[in-house]
Design a protein around this ligand. Structure first.
Ligand code: SF4
Length: 161
């Protein structure tokens, strides 16, 4: 069997523009990536998804509630490497804007946090789990993403180092 990099793409709270960038990148790289990537989890691409046995998980967005934090921990357990994708995942902003609200505004939105089971504080990915890499940018910087992907294609023996 030809070795492919087993990857998953996950989006938490955000506008998902890095996902759009990734999909746009596929327009040019579809046949190249088809032979290199085994995309096991990407809800934007398919209905049947599995996060088991991933080599690399790409995680976009900030973590706004305990259920998402638990899911992120599951991803960490199932993936050998985790890469935070885009500013919201890497440093929380702009998705974490409500963390910076003054006390009176926090008070004003508190009923919404309760109603939608949201945590008091929005967290970046590395506040919940350890990460191996990050791709900055809002949305993500394409050339940095390609460098990170290339690094793992080599590390996992999919292409020659
Ligand atoms: S980093 Fe920017 S582009 Fe990416 S999800 Fe957040 S707001 Fe959207």
């Amino acid at each position: 069997m030809v070795k492919k990099l087993r990857v998953g793409w996950f989006s938490f709270t955000c506008c998902e523009d890095s996902t759009m960038i990734w999909i746009e990148m596929m327009n040019q790289r579809f046949f190249e990536w088809k032979s290199l990537l085994d995309i096991r989890h990407a809800r934007v691409l398919k209905k049947k998804n599995s996060m088991r046995g991933l080599d690399v998980a790409f995680v976009e967005g900030a973590i706004t509630n305990d259920a998402d934090a638990k899911k992120l921990m599951q991803i960490r357990k199932n993936a050998k490497r985790v890469v935070a994708i885009g500013a919201c995942a890497v440093n929380g902003m702009p998705a974490a804007q409500r963390n910076t609200f003054p006390p009176e505004l926090k008070e004003e939105i508190s009923f919404l946090l309760k109603r939608f089971k949201q945590a008091d504080k929005v967290r970046m990915v590395k506040e919940v789990i350890p990460i191996d890499d990050e791709v900055q940018g809002c949305p993500m910087e394409e050339d940095v993403f390609l460098k990170v992907l290339d690094k793992y294609l080599k590390e996992f023996g999919v292409v020659n180092a």
